[in-house]
Ligand binder design. Structure first.
Ligand code: DOR
Length: 443
């Protein structure tokens, strides 16, 4: 008797560990149950992936979906819909909502809100604060928690752990890798006078300068070493930090963003104004080139989008009252596939940055690779498709992307989550079936 699957993906180039093979993939009960020639197998559903590439489901490890508190900018439904349209199968959502996600109740509330409304699988960060610093070891182990997020520099929201004593308390509490926004808040405060009302938005990168990032990252690494704690340093934006982190790969993993790899000052501020304003800022081409070196030298471990929507009205306020953050979960895959097309990184490296690297950094259970027994999560892409990214494709409630008008080669054709086709040909399908991501180090 021939084997039976719920879904068979036929005839694609399947990116198993080590590189692509011509194979069919069968999913049963949400898990990968067969890789090989499945022509004679039976299936409830079939997906013809001829001429397409079947990648492990891309994971966006950094999104801000604004629910609860600021759902006029985004919510868990619209945010994950954008992610699915962009080829993302799982998102890790940030704690700087209103209220901040600093308690077990706030985390459970997000899981309840996401259930039945999320198009992708999901996990949530717990935000570190001086109030919960000693309890983070308990909070980080809760179901659907991807770990602790610590803001050492203030950004959108109220979360902040600025001084060495409290940073050390956070690093001593718990065992999982701590995820960090690394900008030195003391230096930000000292220099805040530089950005008075009406200042040019290009001043953002002068105020939040290289030294602001470097000083914080050096402090973090020293304190992490003293505490014997692993850290994951988010959205690295400077050449200097890449050099520093090179020497600390035993305890530190590194994230970069598509916007820091793609845009550069001063051009981005001249062209986009506050739509290019984010923390840490987009810097000049020297830093961008160093980030690419970090990607290709293996110093960078994984990537997120830092999807941080604000409405166009909010963005139109005069700098510095314009809020910081760019949308990005929907554009991560096409923007990065275009970089693959243009030869800036290999497809192998793209896969590591968006799935297997994320699996390693966060200790995912059953996600991040195309292996039998793993979840049936796939990002099916057409590496040759020529498309233009436009605002009217963007599902985010904020309705804009800094990449509006960008021509790309490489496009997500389908998003499959545990064997469910949630996006095909730029449309979401059926109902939101997202479920919590599982982690090795949680309960
Ligand atoms: O630019 C940013 N915006 N950086 C952050 O760290 C937070 C984010 C937001 O939530 O708006």
């Amino acid at each position: 008797m021939s084997e039976t699957f719920d879904l068979i993906i036929h005839g694609g180039a399947v990116f198993v560990p080590g590189g692509p093979v011509e194979a069919d993939v069968g999913v049963r009960g949400g898990r990968i149950a067969g890789i090989g020639d499945l022509k004679s197998a039976k299936a409830e559903a079939r997906f013809d992936a001829s001429h397409l590439t079947v990648l492990p489901g891309c994971i966006d490890e950094q999104v801000h979906f604004r629910e609860p508190g600021n759902t006029h900018k985004e919510d868990l439904e619209s945010g994950t819909r954008g992610a699915a349209l962009g080829g993302i199968t799982s998102v890790f959502e940030m704690p700087n909502t209103d209220p901040s996600t600093t308690t077990a109740q706030a985390l459970a509330d997000k899981v309840t809100r996401a259930t039945g409304r999320s198009w992708t699988d999901f996990a949530f960060y717990v935000g570190a604060s001086p109030e919960n610093a000693d309890n983070l070891g308990v909070l980080e182990k809760l179901p659907a928690c991807c770990g602790v997020k610590m803001f050492m520099g203030s950004s959108t929201g109220t979360l902040l752990v600025a001084d060495d004593e409290n940073v050390a308390r956070v690093l001593r509490s718990g065992t999982r890798r701590v995820t960090v926004h690394s900008e030195d808040n003391m230096r930000l405060d000292e220099r805040a006078h530089m950005v008075k009302d009406g200042a040019d938005v290009a001043m953002h990168a002068e105020w939040r300068d290289v030294e602001t990032a470097v000083r914080s990252t050096k402090r973090l690494l020293r304190l992490a070493r003293e505490a014997g704690r692993r850290v994951h340093v988010l959205h690295i934006s400077t050449a200097e930090e890449i050099d520093i982190l090179r020497q600390h790969k035993d305890i530190a993993t590194v994230e970069v963003l598509p916007q820091h790899l793609t845009l550069a000052a001063p051009e981005c501020y001249e062209r986009l104004g506050s739509l290019a304003q984010m923390n840490p800022p987009i810097r000049d081409a020297r830093h961008r080139a160093a980030l690419w070196d970090g990607v290709n030298a293996g110093i960078v471990d994984c990537m997120g989008s830092d999807h941080a929507p604000h409405t166009l009205e909010e963005k139109a306020r005069p700098y510095p009252r314009s809020p910081s953050g760019l949308t990005g979960t929907q554009t991560l895959v096409p923007v990065m596939l275009n970089h693959v097309h243009e030869g800036r990184l290999t497809l192998q490296r793209f896969v590591e940055l968006t799935s297997s690297g994320t699996e390693r950094v966060f200790g995912l259970k059953g996600k991040g690779q195309i292996i039998e027994g793993y979840d049936g999560d796939f990002t099916i892409v057409d590496l040759r498709a020529e498309r233009t990214i436009t605002n009217d494709w963007i599902a985010s409630k904020s309705g804009w992307t800094a990449f509006d008008g960008m021509k790309v080669t490489g496009w997500p054709k389908a998003t499959i989550v545990r064997g469910n086709i949630v996006m095909r040909d730029d449309e979401v399908l059926d109902t939101p079936i997202g479920a919590p991501v599982r982690f090795i180090e949680s309960e």
